[in-house]
Write a protein of this length. Structure first.
Ligand SMILES: [Zn+2]
Length: 561
């Protein structure tokens, strides 16, 4: 039972027919009036750049706005489109489901990526969302490249682009985290690359995509590109001006092994050996900068966006997530990380202008989930909540099982806030599965810190249209999910006394930015609620290609010219 590892870690195909007809009518009208070129889709960009910023809350945009330069976030929003009320319409809000949902235009109930890891009912083993033991690593002797998207059950926008253009579109996906590259790349990506860290600091891949790394990747790995970031992490600007964040030295932040206090400067060379060598770059903004360096190498060497067939470059910036988990959303470290990300975005836009041309590409930026304040910080301020006493709760629950059923064995697994029952044992004991679900739900509802409990029977027999049950249902996959889903109170977590986490159906985890910029995109803003599952259908509409095959979202018409 992996209660201690991850238990309690909270965590209509609207086929666009009506809207589609309306849009295509517009297209025809414009064509007849010969005022535009939409009818033959000549507005399609030469390159789509998809950016997922790992753990980016929406309010980071406003909180750090005064610290951004003119060429990054301000350029994207100043000329592009911002959806201000953009949400994950499902839980668990975590990285694997987030990336899968952005790119498939649907939710875990459909695409099947119900967590980063989950308990596989068939094999009885824990599986990893992007893991694939049938593959071999490329570019490393370790198993860090044994990945593929095979557990994502539907197609992605990147797959549809490749299908539409008879595989002549190039799709390249890049991230520090393997799942941040593998899932966006889809099933048909030309390549996905991720960062191994460790002694060599190499970018690697999987036999799913290739037999060996291309020359430009080998050259990048052999260069001192990663080594260049083995340096002291100083604040980008005078730290005394970082008024948008809390104190630098608080007990709500994690401590890197070898550091006495969690404050700037962070001397990476001095901490290097003790903290996984190149892996240490992950919890600094340098991990993002290195990701961009590598993505720009891909842009140039794969000649993306240089002909009329649309290509796709998917970039995920993962360091924001590591920094958030380690230091928390209110830290000066997170502020510095976003100020630096802004400079990296400026660098990306400049490179795209140069290679593809200012009117040649379309870009979107979103997140894979948000994050909450450090629960103990809120508690100290007087906001109800804090860390869950999971040890005591587990003990009480086990005693209840023993007393009621004479055994604790009927729980097969607890993970991702879900509880999996042993259905075979229930049959042998002549217990009705639904009845046991109800009894356990009632018991758990009596525990402090638990806000709601839903049973699989409820999830299967009802259709929830709004609120938390609807969010849970969109994350509930009938084949893969468990018998009970538990929701903690909004400011309770079981994560840690330090750092931030995510995974819940609450707004702090669901509200993230959605920005569009470039070819085919209007300038404007939207306060209407939009969903992560709408991104891929919006891109499909822009590109004039089919929706991903499980899409449940709809295009956001306000975004498109
Ligand atoms: Zn994430």
């Amino acid at each position: 039972m992996n209660w201690h590892r991850s238990a309690w870690k909270v965590w209509a195909f609207i086929l666009f027919v009506g809207l589609g007809q309306a849009l295509s009518a517009q297209v025809i009208i414009r064509k007849k009036g010969s005022t535009g070129t939409d009818g033959d889709f000549a507005t399609r960009p030469k390159l789509v750049v998809g950016i997922v910023v790992d753990q980016m809350r929406f309010d980071y945009l406003s909180r750090f706005w005064d610290r951004f330069g003119d060429e990054g976030f301000r350029r994207i929003i100043g000329d592009g489109f911002i959806c201000r009320n953009h949400h994950f319409g499902y839980a668990p809000t975590s990285t694997g489901p987030g990336h899968a949902s952005v790119y498939t235009g649907t939710t875990p109930s459909m695409h099947g990526v119900i967590g980063n890891n989950w308990f596989d009912k068939d094999s009885g083993a824990e599986v990893y969302c992007a893991g694939d033991t049938l593959q071999t690593s490329v570019g490393t002797l370790s198993d860090a490249g044994q990945n593929s998207p095979h557990r994502m059950l539907v197609s992605t926008i990147t797959d549809q682009l490749r299908l539409h253009h008879q595989m002549r579109s190039k799709v390249i996906a890049v991230a520090l985290k393997d799942r941040g590259a593998v899932l966006p790349g889809g099933h048909l990506a030309n390549a996905a690359y991720w960062f191994e860290g460790g002694k060599d600091g190499n970018w690697i891949s999987s036999s799913y995509y290739m037999e060996e790394l291309p020359d430009w990747v080998r050259e990048f790995n052999e260069s001192d590109a990663a080594e260049a970031y083995k340096r002291v992490w100083e604040p980008l600007e005078d730290i005394n001006t970082y008024a948008e964040s809390g104190l630098d030295n608080t007990s709500y932040e994690g401590l890197i092994d070898g550091e006495q206090v969690p404050i700037f400067p962070h001397d990476l060379p001095a901490l290097w050996e003790e903290n996984g060598e190149f892996g240490l770059l992950r919890i600094t903004p340098f991990g993002n900068s290195l990701t961009l360096d590598f993505a720009l190498k891909a842009l140039r060497n794969e000649k993306l966006g240089m002909d009329l067939i649309t290509d796709f470059l998917a970039i995920s910036f993962s360091s924001t997530d590591y920094v958030g988990h380690f230091y928390g959303v209110n830290s000066k470290e997170i502020q510095d990380t976003y100020m630096r990300l802004d400079r990296d975005l400026a660098r990306l836009l400049k490179a795209l202008d140069q290679q593809v041309g200012e009117d040649g590409y379309t870009l979107f930026l979103t997140a894979d989930h948000g994050a909450g304040h450090v629960a103990t910080y809120l508690k100290d301020l007087g906001i109800p909540g804090g860390a869950l006493e999971q040890g005591q709760m587990q003990k009480k629950f086990m005693e209840f099982l023993e007393y009621t059923y004479g055994t604790t064995d009927l729980i097969r697994n607890m993970s991702n806030s879900q509880l999996f029952l042993d259905h075979e044992l229930l049959r042998n004991l002549e217990l009705d599965t639904g009845d046991v679900q109800d009894v356990l739900a009632e018991e758990l509802m009596g525990y402090e810190g638990i806000y709601k409990v839903y049973t699989a029977r409820q999830m299967m027999n009802a259709e929830f249209l709004e609120g938390i049950p609807s969010i849970l249902q969109n994350g509930y996959n009938q084949k893969r999910s468990g018998d009970l889903t538990i929701v903690l109170s909004p400011s309770v977590n079981q994560y840690s006394r330090t750092g931030s986490t995510h995974g819940t159906p609450y707004v702090y985890d669901t509200h993230v930015p959605l920005l569009f910029y470039g070819k085919g995109i209007r300038h404007g803003e939207l306060y209407r609620r939009t969903h992560i599952r709408d991104i891929a259908p919006t891109l499909s509409a822009l590109l004039g290609i089919a929706f991903p095959n499980g899409a449940t979202g709809s295009p956001i018409p306000e975004v498109l010219k």
